[in-house]
Design a protein around this ligand. Sequence first.
Ligand code: DOR
Ligand code: ZN
Length: 372
Amino acid sequence: MSVGSAVDVQTQPKPLVMQEAEFIEIPMPDDMHVHLRQGDMLRHAVRAQAGQVGRFLVMPNTLPPVSSLERLVAYRDEVERALAELPPEARGEPLYTFKILPGMRADEVLALAQTGVVAGKYYPAGATTNAADGPRSFEEVAEVLEAMQETGLVLSIHGEDPDAPVFERERTFLPQVERLLSRYPRLRVVLEHLSDAASVEFVQQGPERLGATITAHHLLFTLEDMMGSSFNPHLYCKPVLKTARDREALRMAVLSGSHRFFFGSDSAPHPKAKKECAATASGVFAAPTAVPALVELFETLGGPASLAPGSAFLRFLAGNSAAFYGIPAPYRRLTLVRRQWVVPAEIGDVVPMLAGHTLAWQPVRGTRYASA
Ligand code: DOR
Ligand code: ZN
């Protein structure tokens, strides 16, 4: 009997089970940390994530930065114009942030809050891309932090001390966060893109109002992947990838079911020429592949239970962040099909994470909505 005959399908349950397993439907992930850039890059960036994320928190480190009401309105218009080029069901919903700069006043923060930003981003001076203008300490922007606490805005932190050795930058910064948390007892704080086991422990032991994003690349890779054999500039990011032990702590944080860890891709596209050169720009273009790569990773780590409704992994992708930020629970659905596909070498002049690799799951375009 030939394998694909109608008789086989009707009389043997196995092929039907296989067929069901070909698709999964999960709550649409919310990406709580993404760099969309400006101009043509912005248009590529929104296309790269289209149909794969629900809400997405847009980082403000553009040039010039999103650090005033005027800049926010202009940038929001630019983002909305780029989104309008996509089919409505693929657009998702942007959430906006502003960049905290020295000299910013409380009334400016209030105006931004009234215009709908959900978070202010603290980049220590010199810590990363376009951060030269950042504050040197939390004390320097005390007026801003006070106003954010009063208005209920979330403080999003790039938690690295740029003066510490590269590998220690994140954990060296933690005492500053500890002081901040006791000085502002009602401020909600998110430590972004955790990369190190010490930070995971710090968040786990911190107050309920402390949360953290974790990227796909910090869950997937270590320093060995970036420079163990030859240097791969497309995995160079801030904070840098760390050891297998750190990666294990991050994976355990996701699997712990703690609602204080949530997905933020930190997708940060740079043109190929700025990555494949002597002074490599930091950032991983994760938007096109983060979600399917994570689905594959956690299915491999935890088996089918990882993808069962309500699993710790799925709440990490969607749900935990909505609860933390106080936005509606995820209501869109994402379908993925188990179909091997090769990640393109380039998408609009940018090399995506896992370029040239074969992934097991492919997102299906076309948002569905939860019936409840
Ligand atoms: O690697 C990074 N790239 N880390 C950041 O914090 C910023 C980002 C960017 O904007 O390129
Ligand atoms: Zn970032």
